[in-house]
Ligand binder design. Structure first.
Ligand code: DNO
Length: 358
């Protein structure tokens, strides 16, 4: 597997690519053209410039997180074919630059959602947190402002201000979209992009919905083992796989992550590995990566990945804000670096483990 970090590019990230280079065991990054909006065709020169920035620091651009999907594709409006064409052109250009793993999501309107981007913990750090009652008390029209005002001045991934400015229209677009429609529209999209993915050996790795339940009455489908398996079967081809995000799936205690990993053997191309702490039903907060700091068993998760022969990209995920760092919430350097080192340590121990000599 390749240990990576998510990097938002020179213009947008508080973390420097040279700093990422110094995290032991991290060989590459996943990045994106952060100032594009969903639906846009990515420019070749911009893809190359991003690649150069990464390679100049001695790292590899191993994947894209994300190429976001235009809402008309998710809703299935007549304009979707044009937007799918645009997406295909972007994939072609990425394929030509030797990029083979694309993370995307199919969440209506809002990407990852939290009630709090800086909930204090006992150790003095702050973390992203979710409280169902608090989220439900927010007027959906105000959700963007509520996230943005806590974002340390950063634009949050998946919360493009241009889209959010049209929030009412967005909600109207999705008025008659239920889970089945969303699944059908996802299938339509995947079938359309299949040839380009197969031509360039691009693996599409859908990100689970975060949190994995409906928010503001909007349907969410990438939520559990059954639905992830349904995705891989409905377009049963190698290119169609998943990003195994332990924190997103793991915020629902009913999801057994090691079991999900084993059930999706061969179709996991990217793993986001982080811990999450369940406080009580409807309330969770993020934690340090360490097993004992949260509710997930990180050893069992890494062991399941090891056992299925996982050889894709992996990255630590959201970190706590520690040591006074101010960054895009969840995406500082320090705690993610600790996470990468910890996950690499678990992996090495599993690899070398074997039978104990007596
Ligand atoms: C949040 C991220 C998501 C993720 C997208 C994938 O921190 O996990 O924004 O990158 O949903 O498309």
């Amino acid at each position: 597997m390749d240990m990576t970090l998510r990097w938002f590019g020179k213009k947008f990230d508080t973390v420097k690519i040279e700093q990422i280079r110094q995290i032991p065991g991290v060989t590459g990054v996943v990045s994106t053209l952060y100032d594009t909006t969903p639906g846009e065709v990515w420019k070749k020169e911009e893809i190359r410039a991003l690649k150069r920035d990464v390679e100049d620091a001695g790292l590899k651009l191993l994947g894209i997180e994300s190429v976001n999907i235009h809402d008309s594709i998710k809703v299935g409006t007549p304009e979707r074919d044009q937007y799918i064409e645009n997406y295909i052109t972007t994939l072609e250009r990425l394929g030509e630059e030797d990029i083979h793993c694309i993370c995307y999501n199919f969440m209506p309107v809002f990407d990852w959602t939290r009630s709090d981007l800086a909930r204090p913990r006992k150790d003095g750090s702050t973390v992203l947190a979710y409280n169902r009652d608090q989220v439900e008390a927010i007027d959906p029209d105000k959700m963007f402002d509520s996230m943005q005002e806590k974002a340390n001045g950063a634009t949050l991934p998946g919360w493009e201000p241009e889209r959010m400015a049209k929030i009412k229209e967005l909600f109207e677009m999705y008025a008659d979209v239920d889970e089945e429609k969303l699944f059908n529209n996802l299938k339509y999209f995947l079938e359309a992009i299949r040839p380009v993915c197969e031509k360039y050996d691009i693996k599409m790795a859908i990100h689970p919905d975060d949190p994995p339940w409906p928010v503001f009455g909007l349907p969410r489908i990438m939520t559990c083992k059954e639905n992830l398996i349904r995705l891989t079967k409905m377009v049963d081809a190698e290119f169609n796989g998943i990003t195994l995000c332990t924190g997103s799936l793991g915020s629902n205690p009913d999801n057994d992550i090691p079991d999900i990993i084993r059930s999706l053997k061969g179709r996991i191309y990217f793993a986001h590995v982080r811990n999450v702490k369940h406080n009580y039903p409807g309330d969770f907060e993020e934690a340090a990566h360490l097993s004992s700091d949260g509710s997930l068993d990180m050893y069992e998760i890494m062991k399941a990945l090891y056992d299925i022969g996982f050889d894709g990209l992996i990255r630590p995920d959201h970190g706590r804000a520690i040591w006074g760092e101010v960054s895009m919430p969840g995406y500082g350097l320090y705690d993610r670096a600790l996470g990468a080192a910890y996950l690499n340590g678990i992996w090495e121990a599993i690899q070398k483990g074997g039978e104990r000599k007596r």
